[in-house]
Ligand binder design. Structure first.
Ligand code: SF4
Ligand code: SF4
Length: 148
């Protein structure tokens, strides 16, 4: 697997909930793949339109999660994710993201997250697992729409 990752960064989630909504500095876009929206819809027995809006021009993402009036993801409850087992990739990755440039993949991270620089160094196995997860999630679907 061909990717670079931050070899010295330490991280431990302190469950502050910052990544689940807007902050003074950031209007957060919680983007969803079509299959993620479908999974959440199934798990919550709600139509996709209840919790997400369709978006254009952000492929491979097809939806953006709706937020409450106070700018939080509508699935955040008591500072916890209420759809944890089907939360989108973007949430699983945070505070990291995978960028690609000239055929090379690289994990970046944001220091917005207060869990950065606490906990342990994550190491290659952690990033390899995330890389595999991203590849599996972005695998093309076999339906005729070609959406993923
Ligand atoms: S901002 Fe960082 S520490 Fe806070 S909940 Fe999100 S991942 Fe965890
Ligand atoms: S889906 Fe869960 S983890 Fe993702 S932003 Fe919403 S509450 Fe947070």
């Amino acid at each position: 697997m061909n990717f670079d990752y931050p070899t010295t960064v330490r991280f431990r989630c302190i469950k502050c909930g910052i990544c689940c909504g807007d902050t003074k500095e950031k209007n957060r876009h919680i983007l969803l793949l079509r299959r993620e929206a479908e999974q959440i819809s199934k798990a919550t027995s709600q139509p996709t339109s209840k919790f997400a809006v369709k978006i254009e021009g952000r492929a491979p993402y097809r939806y953006e999660m709706k937020k409450t009036e106070d700018g939080k993801c509508m699935f955040l409850g008591n500072n916890r994710c209420t759809i944890y087992s089907v939360r989108p990739l973007i949430c699983r990755f945070y505070p990291f993201e995978l960028s690609s440039y000239s055929g090379k993949y690289r994990f970046l991270y944001t220091e917005e997250c207060p869990g950065i620089n606490s906990g342990q160094v994550l190491g290659e196995a952690y990033f390899r697992r995330m890389f595999r997860l991203a590849r599996a999630k972005h695998r093309p679907t076999t339906d005729s729409s070609g959406e993923s």
